[in-house]
Design a protein around this ligand. Structure first.
Ligand code: PLP
Length: 416
C-alpha cells in the first residue's frame, strides 16, 4: 500500500490471498472489547447477538429488493413491522416500512411529507420544516437531498423543545413539524403532545424521531418510569422513526418508519413503470439490499419477546444508576439528567475535551458533544458491570491525572 497526497494507492492483487491470511490481517485490525464497545453500540447480550447473527448469516445473500413480492420475505418483513408498530399505540390501520437506519427513516418521513404537501398545500414552492434546535443532523442531511429548509427553534432551560417557539416559527411554507423522543444531544423527550397540538392546529405533518427511544421507552414505561407520551396515542402524530439497531438490539443496518395510517404510506412509495423493466416499486430508498437484517430483526424480536425486552430495560436502568453514581463520584464530573439514553457527562474542573482525549488515549472509543461540551456513554445491554467498573476506573485515573498535572491537552470532541 502506498499513500499519495493522502490517498491510498493499491492495485488489485494479481492473485488472491489465502483465507487464513485474510483472517489474520482482519484479526489485527479488529478493535478489542470493551474499549471499542461504544463504537459497536448498540448490542444485546451475547445470546441475543448469537440469535440475530444466525438469522443474518442464513439470509444475508437473499435480496431484500423483493420484500414486497416474495412471500417468504414479505411475511417476515411485515411481521417485524407489525410487532414494531404494536409498541407504538397503533391506530386501526397503522403500519410501517423497514429501512437501513435512522437516517433513512427520517429521510422517508421528509420525503412522504413533501409528497403529501404537494396535494394538501399546493401553493408551497419552497417547503420548510420546523423543529427544536436539538433535531438530529440526519434531518438537515435529508432536507438537503430533498431541497427543504429546516427552521430550528430555541429550547427551554432543560434542553426541551418549546411548543410556543415552534408555533411562532411556522410560516406559509411549512409542511412538517418534527421533534425527538429523545434527542441525542440532551437525551430528553420533547413535549410531543403540546408540539403535536401545534401541528394539528396548523394542519401540518407531525413526525416524531424516536430512533433512540422507539424500542426502549415503551418498556421503560411498562416498568413504571415516567415517560412523556410521544407515539400514535398522541393526536396528530403522523409518522415515527424507531431504530431496530439501537435499543431493538438488532443487527445493523435496521430501522423502522411507521405511518399513523396506511393511507400515509402511499406518500412514501415511488412507483414507476420502467419502459424496459416494467413495474418498479420497492419498500424504500434502497434497491438491492441484504435480507439479513430483516431476518435478524424477526429472530431477535421473537427470541426476546416482551418479557425479554422488559428484562433488558431493567438491566439498563440498573447500569445507568451505576454509571451515574460512578461518574458523579469523580472530582468535577457531572452526569446529565437524561430521560432515556444515551448518557452524557461533562467536567467542571478539568476541561471536558481533555478528559475525552485522555479516554481516547486509554483506548476507549468515545463519542461526544461539542456545544456544550460533553462525553457520551452509549451504554447498552452488552455493557457488563465489569466493563462499567473498568471504564469508571480509567475515567477516574484520566481525570485525576489531568487535575494533578494542571496542563490539560484539549482535544477535538467528535460525535461522528
Ligand atoms: C435521535 C436520532 N435520530 C436519528 C439518528 C440517525 O440514526 P442512524 O445513525 O441509524 O442513521 C440518530 C443516531 O444516533 C439519533 O440519535
Amino acid at each position: 500500500m502506498a499513500v499519495t497526497d493522502g490517498m491510498i494507492v493499491k492495485p488489485m492483487p494479481k492473485s488472491g490471498m489465502t483465507f487464513d491470511a485474510i483472517k489474520e490481517h482482519l484479526g489485527q485490525l479488529e478493535m478489542p472489547d470493551p474499549h471499542a464497545h461504544f463504537a459497536r453500540a448498540f448490542r444485546g447480550p451475547k445470546d441475543v447477538q448469537e440469535v440475530g447473527k444466525y438469522a443474518f448469516e442464513r439470509f444475508m445473500s437473499d435480496n431484500g429488493f423483493f420484500s414486497l413480492y416474495m412471500p417468504y420475505m414479505q411475511i417476515i418483513e411485515q411481521e417485524v413491522i407489525a410487532m414494531g408498530v404494536s409498541l407504538m399505540h397503533p391506530q386501526e390501520k397503522s403500519t410501517g416500512n423497514f429501512t437501513s437506519g435512522g437516517t433513512e427513516s427520517n429521510f422517508s418521513a421528509l420525503h412522504a411529507a413533501k409528497n403529501w404537501a404537494r396535494g394538501h398545500k399546493p401553493h408551497i414552492k419552497t417547503p420548510n420544516i420546523v423543529a427544536p434546535y436539538t433535531i438530529h443532523p440526519s434531518f438537515q442531511k435529508a432536507a438537503r437531498y430533498l431541497d427543504i429548509e429546516v427552521i430550528t427553534t430555541d429550547l427551554d432551560a432543560k434542553g426541551l423543545g418549546v411548543a410556543a417557539n415552534i408555533a411562532a416559527a411556522v410560516n406559509d411554507d411549512t409542511i412538517m413539524i418534527a421533534a425527538s423522543a429523545p434527542s441525542w444531544a440532551y437525551a430528553k423527550i420533547d413535549p410531543i403532545p403540546e408540539i403535536a397540538a401545534v401541528a394539528v392546529d396548523a394542519g401540518l405533518w407531525m413526525h416524531v424521531d424516536a430512533c433512540v427511544g422507539g424500542y426502549i421507552s415503551p418498556f421503560l414505561e411498562k416498568l413504571g418510569e415516567k415517560i412523556t407520551p410521544w407515539d400514535f396515542r398522541v393526536p396528530g402524530v403522523m409518522s415515527i422513526s424507531a431504530d431496530l439497531h439501537k435499543f431493538g438490539y438488532c443487527q445493523k443496518p435496521a430501522s423502522t418508519i411507521f405511518w399513523r395510517d396506511v393511507a400515509l404510506q402511499d406518500y412514501h412509495y415511488v412507483a414507476l413503470d420502467d419502459p424496459f423493466l416494467g413495474p418498479y416499486k420497492l419498500a424504500g430508498f434502497s434497491g438491492s439490499r441484504s435480507a439479513g437484517p430483516i431476518f435478524a430483526a424477526w429472530a431477535v424480536f421473537n427470541y426476546l419477546g416482551e418479557k425479554g425486552y422488559l428484562r433488558l430495560a431493567q438491566q439498563l436502568l440498573d447500569l445507568k444508576e451505576k454509571l451515574t453514581n460512578g461518574v458523579n463520584s469523580i472530582e468535577g464530573l457531572r452526569m446529565w439528567d437524561v430521560d432515556v439514553m444515551p448518557l452524557h457527562f461533562n467536567s467542571e474542573k478539568a476541561p471536558t475535551s481533555a478528559v475525552y482525549q485522555g479516554l481516547l488515549e486509554k483506548g476507549w472509543m468515545m463519542l461526544g458533544l461539542v456545544s456544550p461540551e460533553a462525553i457520551t456513554i452509549c451504554a447498552d445491554a452488552a455493557f457488563s458491570d465489569e466493563d462499567a467498573d473498568l471504564f469508571l476506573t480509567d475515567l477516574r485515573d484520566v481525570t485525576e491525572t489531568i487535575l494533578a498535572r494542571g496542563d490539560a491537552q484539549e482535544g477535538g470532541i467528535r460525535y461522528g
